[in-house]
Write a protein that binds this ligand. Sequence first.
Ligand SMILES: CC(C)(COP(=O)(O)OP(=O)(O)OC[C@H]1O[C@@H](n2cnc3c(N)ncnc32)[C@H](O)[C@@H]1OP(=O)(O)O)[C@@H](O)C(=O)NCCC(=O)NCCS
Length: 349
Amino acid sequence: MSAPAIQSRTEAHQLRVVRVDPQDRTAVTASVDLLNAAQRIDDPGDHPAIPELVAGWLEFGWDLEPDERYLAYAAHCDEPVGILDVALPTRDNRHLIWGNIVVHPGHRRHGHGSELLAGLVRRAETEHRDTLWLGTGEDDLGARTFLEHHGFHYASHDARRRQVLADVDQDAVARLHAQASEAAEDYVLERLVPPVPDEVLEQLVEVTAAINDAPMGDLTFEDEVFDLARLQDIETARVGRGDRIYRIAARHRRTGVIGGHTLVGLHPLDPTHAHQGDTAVHRDHRGHRLGLLLKIEMMRWLAEAEPQITEITTWNHADNRYMIDVNEAIGYRLSRVFAAYERSLSDRS
Ligand SMILES: CC(C)(COP(=O)(O)OP(=O)(O)OC[C@H]1O[C@@H](n2cnc3c(N)ncnc32)[C@H](O)[C@@H]1OP(=O)(O)O)[C@@H](O)C(=O)NCCC(=O)NCCS
């Protein structure tokens, strides 16, 4: 599928930009090959992407609103030279367009990144969206220079941490579990796997929205809106992508209210590597060590249900001290920090 709004107007370069259809495995694989070539140079601590998993994300996204992906071809070159991903939130934050630009390491400093960025800006104008977000490694001074050159300012930072299970001090974790269980004696923990009934999803709406309390730095961002329909779509997207999902909810014994939850997923094609999803404790239920307890209970459940897992990846805002302290206490260690940049189209100065 072609994408007129992204196509270049630049006489000098004229990239041909083609949207990736998730069903077109050749195109998906071409995008993954490019991303993995870049990852080996830019982010060697990351895992290479897997085409089948990427196809699932491009078809279903996180909540049935997948990103658009475009491959960029230069004249006289059969292989793509770059990728542009575009996310256009519709349920909230409709002022925002969120991009990702990666130029193949062998084709940098030829203006391709600038041309893709110009396409993203035109798309934002077409969609009447004022705020653009792009990100890069905090230590990637070249990409940061590129973004600043194009009028973006540093607005926030996120940290990637990994828990390597073989390195975890299980005795320390057991001691923390005992302390947290005592502090959270008013709560009972429930293990949930899809399909989660609608009445339980409804009870999870408020605690899911508690993720809005996490810091966002200086990014221009509204609270995300959660309702039953969105939680149903998130579940449908997970099933569509083929993920195996584990969620633990902490229910207050006296009121029956779910005060906290945590979620981990993994894909059968990458079974040793799990991904931490949201962990959130509603503000009415803080101070009972629920965050720590939920995460340790999840470690115990995964040890039974998915004993082949060797590593879990988690992401936090780099200033989210409470969550980071919990993660560090159970053995997560910093992998890399990423910078988030923002540009407002109404700020033409
Ligand atoms: C950042 C990235 C997209 C730039 O792509 P590119 O095609 O090389 O960028 P351009 O050729 O359009 O560069 C435009 C200008 O940005 C600046 N710039 C780009 N890369 C730079 C670098 N490594 N060091 C210093 N300045 C740089 C320069 O001013 C450059 O102009 P010049 O070449 O005339 O000096 C590319 O390096 C990349 O894919 N990096 C990894 C992925 C990433 O971090 N993406 C996030 C940024 S959106």
